[in-house]
Write a protein that binds this ligand. Structure first.
Ligand code: NAD
Length: 327
């Protein structure tokens, strides 16, 4: 009916190279997956977005709802599907499927439930999207990043977790409130586990080159801020049942760094081979993120106390990894 409105141009030149669309799959169309999808859509990060969920009605509805927003933003093709069909050969797969914390639960409590889900899904990602960068968001994110690395067989740089990107944002936000400086002008990192053993690297906090921290958390004020950052998710979950918007924006930042090859330094979770005496674990340290994924880890010169805390964080994660059944 509409065909006669358009006259096709005959003989398009076969030598004109085609531009590859940026294709991303979001697995898990729950609160986090959809906050990521919405943020990625309005910030024009993908040309093709595929939403995958075991709840097929919900994921169809979510895709329809987002699609109707396309006339308001830069064009993105949005489909409900899987990595095996519409999502095949994606550049990026974002894993948000899985159980979430109930009030009172730690992130580490989720591990067995989410390993089961990852066993169902990661094989398909490796098979149908063999060149993708795999970004893990499901909790406990450091463990699930490690599990994804082992189950996918991908090289290390191509499997990364959102790690403490969100905690670092919370840290910078709180410091911004205390100092009256915009969080974007504050350099500060939360490192280690995205969870209860995370470490605020106070010795590395700086604003315009001025150091803000000292090397201990003896100061009550510093300890209070670290606690506030660490407990932020519990506070939100107690009130609204989940967290979503800030992680959606954080994931978007990581996706932009990857697909636009930005080489940004972000505290994503990546595989640590041998740093500070820490081996064979995934955790967060400042990392250069670009088209290769987590392309290299920055070795911060930490204070002795911070190094000890980081090793403790790795030990907490190791104990969980040692109990994993990945067969
Ligand atoms: P949710 O319950 O709202 O959504 C989870 C979705 O996963 C559901 O739609 C469910 O149907 C889907 N799902 C389950 N099994 C699946 C499978 N095999 N294949 C495809 N989809 C499947 O939960 P949420 O609030 O969106 O949280 C998702 C995860 O993200 C949780 O593990 C949560 O702890 C984590 N999270 C991480 C961060 C972070 O900073 N890394 C922040 C917030 C939440």
């Amino acid at each position: 009916m509409f065909e006669q409105l358009f006259t096709p141009h005959a003989n398009s030149d076969p030598n004109v190279p085609t531009i590859r669309p940026r294709k991303g799959v979001i697995i898990g169309a729950g609160q986090v997956g959809m906050a990521c999808a919405y943020s990625l859509l309005i910030q024009n990060c993908l040309d093709e977005m595929v939403l995958q969920d075991i709840n097929t009605d919900k994921v169809e509805g979510e895709a329809m709802d987002l699609r109707h927003g396309v006339p308001f933003v830069e064009s993105t093709t949005i489909k409900a599907g899987t990595v095996a069909d519409a999502g095949k050969d994606a550049d990026l797969v974002i894993m948000t499927a899985g159980a979430k914390q109930k009030p009172g639960e730690t992130r580490l409590d989720l591990v067995n439930r989410n390993v089961k889900i990852f066993k169902q899904v990661i094989g398909d990602i490796a098979k149908y999207c063999p060149h993708a960068v795999l970004l893990v968001v499901s909790n406990p994110v450091d463990i699930m990043t490690y599990v994804s690395l082992k189950l996918s067989g991908f090289e290390r740089s191509r499997v990364l977790g959102s790690g403490t990107v969100l905690d670092t944002a919370r840290f910078r936000y709180v410091l911004g409130e205390k100092t009256g400086i915009a969080p974007r002008s504050i350099h500060a990192y939360i490192i280690g586990e995205h969870g209860d053993s995370e470490v605020a690297a106070w010795s590395k906090v700086n604003i315009a080159g001025m150091s803000l921290g000292n090397d201990s958390e003896d100061s009550e004020k510093f300890a209070q801020i670290s606690q506030e950052v660490k407990n932020a998710a519990y506070e939100i979950i107690n009130r609204k049942g989940y967290t979503s918007y800030a992680i959606g924006l954080g994931v978007t930042d990581i996706v932009q760094a990857i697909l636009r090859d930005q080489s940004r330094i972000l505290t994503v979770s990546g595989y640590i081979d041998d740093l500070y005496g820490i081996k064979d674990v995934c955790l967060s340290l400042p990392t250069v993120v670009n088209r290769q994924g987590a392309s290299c880890t920055v070795k911060l010169s930490l204070s002795q106390i911070e190094e000890d805390k980081l090793r403790h964080s790795a030990k907490v994660l190791h104990e969980v990894i040692d109990a994993l059944d990945l067969e």
